[in-house]
Design a protein around this ligand. Structure first.
Ligand SMILES: NC(=O)c1ccc[n+]([C@@H]2O[C@H](COP(=O)([O-])OP(=O)(O)OC[C@H]3O[C@@H](n4cnc5c(N)ncnc54)[C@H](OP(=O)(O)O)[C@@H]3O)[C@@H](O)[C@H]2O)c1
Length: 348
């Protein structure tokens, strides 16, 4: 397809900051003309969008790690796209790229927008495009960096929450590769079975079961050396009561609190945070965006494992740009296994 046949964009614009979960009217799907390209610009067509928990933070006006998405703007988001037309040398026509597409069908990549870089993907692709948002993309790299920061080693007991999800599923397999005993926490018996039988974790705790605390105690008889924390709240509090001397808490995410973004006084305080003192433990928050210089190392490692058949990755895909809000709601309800994406178009 060329610019001549792509004149109209469809985009999700943020109209209202959600209160609690995302509701009808928070986003508006609009149609708008695609501007003519000028020198230094390329037109990228979104093929697949990444649905990430952090989108709920970006929609709020809380003190975050990036500015809130201004009301009226196209919703921020990562995706894989294809360059349809180009007036810039670094983005050749036809190339597949990963980067800040936003939740829209077409994006004009302007070389003056320093915050909108795209990375040209390898040709031929070693995996389907969506993998560059999952195991070979920012979520895989998050898992790789987090396991490294946790200094996971043979003999450790590592607990990973949201274990069946994009980050957790990869983190657990990397921890197993280092010789640790790995306990996942996931929602429901089917996900827990998957975490153990397919992903190879040693045990999995169903956080939706009434007896999840007892399950976690039974699965960690020698305590916990590393907590790869994706959820926060009550689950993290119980983990803190079981950490060993010198434990490492790697704080990757707190998805259980994100629906209260913008009302931060409503975030659950971690009641048992004092256990860090009692057990001389450390806690480290991190953001994958700060590790741009390690993306290549991480992706090379993950791609190697994938090629050797030593890394399993899952994907849950919805079809159609219009289904992005549905995907977000499903993610917060736990409907996804592995990386959640929305397919928008096929490559030309
Ligand atoms: N620090 C970073 O740079 C970075 C980068 C990427 C992601 N993250 C964080 O990593 C975490 C996982 O992200 P992801 O992209 O891999 O998402 P994901 O795990 O693929 O999807 C989110 C999962 O979280 C679980 N969940 C949702 N609400 C929950 C709740 N109230 N309590 C417990 N579990 C809940 C659900 O699984 P169940 O069915 O198992 O409950 C859901 O499937 C998030 O906290 C995210 O913000 C951080």
């Amino acid at each position: 397809m060329s610019i001549a046949t792509a004149t109209v964009n469809r985009a999700h614009r943020l109209r209202r900051r959600p209160v609690g979960g995302l509701s009808d009217g928070d986003l508006e799907l609009v149609e708008e003309a695609i501007p003519e390209l000028v020198d230094g610009q390329a037109l990228v067509r979104t093929l697949v969008l990444s649905i990430d928990p952090t989108c709920r933070l970006w929609m709020s006006d809380m003190r975050g790690y990036m500015p809130p998405v201004p009301l009226g703007d196209v919703m921020r988001g990562l995706g894989v796209g294809q360059v349809l037309a180009s007036r810039r040398a670094d983005l050749p026509e036809g190339a597949l790229v990963a980067g800040w597409t936003g939740w829209q069908e077409y994006v004009v990549a302007d070389d003056t927008q320093l915050e909108a870089p795209f990375t040209v993907l390898p040709d031929p692709l070693p995996a389907p495009p969506a993998a560059f948002l999952g195991a070979l993309g920012h979520t895989g790299v998050t898992a790789y960096i987090g396991i490294d920061l946790g200094r996971v080693q043979a003999g450790d007991t590592v607990v990973i929450s949201a274990a069946a999800g994009a980050v957790g599923s990869i983190a657990g397999q990397l921890a197993k590769g280092r010789g640790a005993r790995v306990v996942g926490i996931a929602g429901g018996p089917d996900k827990c079975r998957h975490v153990v039988e397919t992903l190879g974790f040693d045990a999995c705790v169903d956080h939706r079961a009434d007896d999840w605390r007892e399950q976690l105690d039974a699965a960690t008889p020698d305590g916990i050396d590393v907590d790869f924390e994706n959820v926060g709240g009550a689950v993290m509090d119980h983990i803190l009561m079981r950490i060993n001397l010198g434990a490492r808490v790697v704080l990757c995410g707190m998805i259980s609190q994100y629906d209260a973004a913008g009302a931060q006084s409503e975030w659950a305080g971690q009641v048992n945070i004092g256990q860090l003192i009692m057990r001389r433990a450390t806690i480290q928050g991190f953001l994958v965006l700060d590790f741009a210089d390690r993306f290549e190392e991480a992706i090379t490692h993950l791609a190697g494992l994938l090629a050797e058949g030593k890394l399993h990755y899952d994907e849950t895909a919805l079809d159609g740009l219009e289904n992005v809000p549905v995907a977000v709601t499903q993610m917060f309800g736990g409907a996804n296994t592995g990386k959640l994406v929305v397919q928008v178009a096929e490559p030309a």
